[in-house]
Each structure stands twice: as C-alpha cells, then as structure tokens.
Design a binder for this molecule. Sequence first.
Ligand SMILES: [Mg+2]
Length: 252
Amino acid sequence: MGSLHGIQGCLVDLDGTLVRGRQMLPGANVFLESLEGRFVIVSNDAEHTPLELSRGLKRLGLTIAPHRIVLAGATALDEIARWRPRARIAMMASKSLMIHARALGLVPVQERPDVVFLGRDRHFSYERLMVAANAVRCGAELVVANPDLVHPGPHGAVVPETGALLAALLACTGPVPCRIIGKPEAALFEAGLALLALSRNAVLMVGDNPATDGEGARRLGLRYFELRDGVFPEISARAPCRDPAGMLALSA
Ligand SMILES: [Mg+2]
C-alpha cells in the first residue's frame, strides 16, 4: 500500500470492514470518529435503504447518518430514475426497495417493463425468474445491484447474493448486456465521491475485499487500504483547521 499523504476523506466498505453479521467489528466506531465526518460508506448491499441500514447500524453501536451511506440497490434505483424517469420496472427486490422505487417515481410492474432490476430478492421464485427472463428477452434493460455470488454467513455458511440470481437469469437468457452498479464497477464509488466532494487523489478507499474494494479503487485511481487482522488506518489527532495543507495525516 502506498503513501497516505494528502488523504482528506475515506470511502469505507461495510461488511467485513465495520461489521460482520450482526456485530460491529472492534475499532470500527473509533476509526469513523477519527475521520471527523469525512467519510462515506459504500456497500454492495442490495436489499436495504440507507435509512434502514442507518437504523440497523445504530442498534450495533455505529452512528452513521443515512446521507453518508451509499448502497448498491438503492443507488441502482436512483440511477434508473435519473436515466429513465417514470420507467416501468420489473423488480426482483426487497419490499423496501420497491417502496424506494415508487418514491422515485418508478412504476413497478409485472408486464412489459422498460427495465428489469435485480437486487437481493429473498423471495426470488420460478415465477419471478420467468417474468425477468422474458422481459429481458423482449428488450427490457437489465440493471443489477451487484455481481456478488455469495457473502459470508455465520459459522462458515454462505448467503446467496444478487450475482447468484443473475446467474439464474443469464442461464435463461444467454449473454445479454447489463448495467452493474455495485463494486467493483464505478457507479457506487462515483456516488460516494460526489458526496465527499473531494478530488480523487485525496480519497482513500478502506475495505477488506481486493476483488471489489481494491479493484474498484484501482479503476478510479483511488488509493486503497486493505484491512488485515482488523487494523484500521491510523489518523493523527491533528485538527485539519490547524494543518496548513488542510490534510489529515494517516499512517498505515
Ligand atoms: Mg467487505
């Protein structure tokens, strides 16, 4: 990992970095406090809204405002609403993302959708697969929250993720173009960077997964700190207002 000189803010992964399962990881709250507000969470979560997640994290002891949380599922819907306002959308998604889509002016439908959206749908079924596959075959645009196949569950179990549902869909359609929003693709990083409002060379991506956090950071030209053994980047206590360069001093 290179120098951290000049870093002024962080994009921070969630699962495996700040929390695991239903537990906050040691040092996560101290690390966020040390950033003095200059961070945005970027997570491939494809099921919750930022508000829901903020409330869930609070129960684990992490206080993070919803406007500092960028999630793949909710961001995908934000992007669809921007690209195609009031689009008819077939949703393989949680109830809360369906509510989010309606709030954005999108119209969830089962027939003749303009867009098929694939999130982490715990009620994914034969019927939903049939709707999605045929809509995509008929020309609906396919938007996928994240490409992850599984994420680690308790006691060594795996939890199926959105990419596993995508694999089922592609088994029916064959290769089709799709837009993927989650890491390592650029959209989530770009949404986080827009919130930080810092130049890319002043932003550090902090995560635990070289294939998503690291690869995405590399593509966007961000520096990357990979958590190993739960060790966070160390930030000096120097207040930025007393630092002539306006920089945080970090050391790996
Ligand atoms: Mg992670």
